[in-house]
Design a protein around this ligand. Structure first.
Ligand SMILES: [Zn+2]
Length: 442
């Protein structure tokens, strides 16, 4: 019976490594030929590089294919056909879904999908939800307003596809969402880590202990929090639920997921995506575990606007050990570690905002919110970290400050100006948080 299966697709998820590689290669050739034949943009890019589909005979050949950057996708959209431009591989009549990127790093990119692509989205999400223990008996609450962004639309359809029951909590405010979860005894939900923590705070203010609700599984997306151990623990403790990470993007798809084994890594869905890791400085491709690089990704089945060797700027690394769950899909350790754009040099040291989050969320006595501001004092970089002291713990400020300083020094190798604020006074975010501000050179 399907219900008893630990895997959504028992064949593909346990395929031997060589067979997965073989499947990926055959699918890659197909999608490459598709882009070459159907999209003016891809055709021009590959002709300029002197590469034709028949030249791709091995993984080494594949790596000679030029990568595509987000800025190129923005330029494409000034061309015909309106509004997508010439990377479109199907007649406009076949497009059934419009989505766009959030535009936090510039002009949004439009993303067309055909009905087949949309089926593919929900199939990819079905792997995620099944691996995270969602079953037909679940009642899934989505505390999220659906709109032009892809967030949680595909999760919604996948929950239906696997046979779970969906409660769309779209236009409700946070209090009404909590009451609805309570009223219907919802067993699972999907949200950003920021919102999962914010909801717990709101529930407590309403006199409801979030752990008393029936939610036992939470799928996170949109921010790295669910793969940062201390943030994950705060969420799991607050809700008495298992919290699972997933990573995906509008222009790529839902490409990786954590499973119930919670082994500290995320499985790449290798039946649908080809992930390559490239050393940012040398351009070398990384196969071995433990070395970080940026992800170059191909969605092997997406047709309307293909994603072929997309330079995602996500920083990842392969994990060394296989996952105890038995899936042969490779794991990336600690999820998406950061963005190549976000990881900046401060005083000559590489600083990842996730490392600061890990320290702040790991300290007893500090609230969930924080803010990091990097600016200059004369010619010297300066980092200010604003944190909140939990009510009733103000008397321990000195001890907390000393622990915070030590931990920051240990984890990030940098010194900070620390500012302590009252609990509840730093900005709150509903969806994606903007806690890191680099004001240098502005
Ligand atoms: Zn696993």
């Amino acid at each position: 019976m399907l219900k008893e299966q630990p895997y959504w697709n028992p064949v593909l998820e346990t395929l031997a490594k060589e067979k997965i590689r073989d499947l990926q290669f055959r699918k890659f050739r197909k999608i490459f030929e598709w882009g070459y034949e159907k999209s003016k943009f891809h055709r021009a890019l590959y002709e300029k590089a002197g590469i034709k589909p028949e030249d791709i005979r091995s993984f080494e050949d594949l790596r000679r294919i030029p990568t595509v950057e987000k800025s190129m996708m923005r330029d494409i959209q000034r061309k015909d056909p309106f509004p997508y431009g010439d990377a479109l591989c199907v007649p406009l009549d076949e497009v059934v879904e419009f989505r766009q990127t959030s535009g936090t790093t510039g002009q949004p990119v439009y993303q067309p999908d055909t009905w087949q692509d949309w089926e593919w989205w929900s199939e990819c999400w079905s792997y995620i939800l099944w691996a995270q223990g969602y079953r037909p008996s679940d009642r899934v609450f989505i505390p999220f307003g659906y709109n032009v962004f892809v967030a949680f639309w595909a999760g919604h359809y996948a929950a239906e596809k696997i046979g779970a029951e969906i409660v769309p909590g779209g236009v409700l405010d946070t209090q009404a969402r909590i009451l609805k979860i309570q009223e219907l005894q919802c067993t699972a939900m999907m949200a950003t880590p920021t919102y999962v923590l914010g909801m717990a705070d709101t529930a407590r203010k309403m006199g409801i202990d979030p752990s008393s609700l029936a939610v036992r599984k939470i799928t996170c997306a949109g921010e790295p929090g669910a793969s940062i151990p201390t943030t994950k623990k705060r969420m799991e403790d607050a809700w008495a639920a298992k919290v699972y990470d997933h990573a995906g993007a509008t222009e790529i798809g839902a490409w990786c997921f954590e499973c119930t084994a919670q082994s500290g890594g995320l499985h790449v869905n290798e039946a649908f995506f080809l992930v390559e890791i490239q050393d940012v400085e040398t351009g070398e491709y990384i196969e071995e575990p433990g070395r970080r690089g940026k992800m170059i990704i191909t969605a092997l089945d997406r047709q309307a606007q293909p994603c072929i060797r997309f330079d995602s700027k996500d920083i990842i690394e392969w994990a060394g050990e296989p996952c105890p769950c038995g899936r042969t899909f490779r794991l990336i350790k600690g999820g998406v570690i950061g963005r190549a754009d976000d990881i900046t040099k401060v005083k000559g040291v590489l600083l990842s905002p996730s490392a600061i989050e890990e320290v702040v969320r790991g300290l007893d006595g500090l609230g969930n919110e924080f803010e990091v501001i990097v600016d200059k004092d004369g010619d010297i970089d300066r980092i200010t970290l604003k944190v909140e002291i939990i009510k009733g713990r103000e008397g321990e400020r000195k001890q907390i400050e000393a622990r915070l300083k030590d931990q920051l020094r240990l984890k990030t190798n940098l010194g900070y100006i620390l500012e302590f604020h009252d609990h509840g006074s730093l900005p709150r975010y509903d969806v994606k948080a903007r806690r890191f501000k680099d004001l240098r050179g502005k």
